[in-house]
Design a protein around this ligand. Structure first.
Ligand code: RTP
Ligand code: MG
Length: 148
């Protein structure tokens, strides 16, 4: 089953949005495979956002993501990578539609509450960067094809 890496960013943790954000993905019907509250080292942050190394906002991005605890998660379900991105909304909260996480809770492009993997390759890379294999739980809920 497809897996994605999602992370409530430091602004979301500081603003007590962890429960609300987890609830969106639970309500949608996806399955939680792993989660932890953690602080990110500068090295891990630079690796995680490596694709943005040359961007002018890279330093600010790394400083922000390491500024306080984040809530890292792995979610599972059919097409979860793309669907989670749709539930998150556009990168800039001022362009994100109401009803999306960033549309409802995000303030600025820098403080946009949540991260989500954008491809199967980045999902695999990010899951491996943040979680050990034994931290991810595989479990059955019900004998049904459509309950993940
Ligand atoms: P993320 O990686 O955090 O899930 O966000 P994303 O895919 O929607 O956006 P991406 O292009 O990967 O950018 C990563 C994060 O960098 C910050 N950003 N700042 N100042 C700026 O112009 C700017 N552009 C991007 C955002 O916090 C974005 O989430
Ligand atoms: Mg991204």
């Amino acid at each position: 089953m497809e897996k994605t890496f999602l992370m409530v960013k430091p602004d979301g943790v500081q603003r007590n949005l962890v429960g609300k954000i987890v609830s969106r993905f639970e309500s949608k019907g996806y399955k939680l495979a792993g989660a932890k509250l953690m602080t990110i080292s500068k090295e891990t942050a630079e690796q995680h956002y490596g694709e943005h190394k040359e961007k002018p906002f890279f330093g600010e991005l790394v400083d922000f993501i390491t500024s306080g605890p984040v809530f890292a998660m792995v979610w599972e379900g059919e097409n979860v990578i793309n669907t989670a991105r749709n539930l998150m909304g556009k990168t800039n909260p001022s362009e994100a539609a109401p009803g999306t996480i960033r549309g409802d809770y995000g303030l600025t492009v820098g403080k946009n509450v949540i991260h989500g993997s954008d491809s199967t390759e980045s999902a695999e890379r990010e899951i491996n960067l943040f979680f050990n294999k034994e931290d991810l739980i595989s479990y059955e809920k019900q004998d049904s094809e459509w309950i993940y």
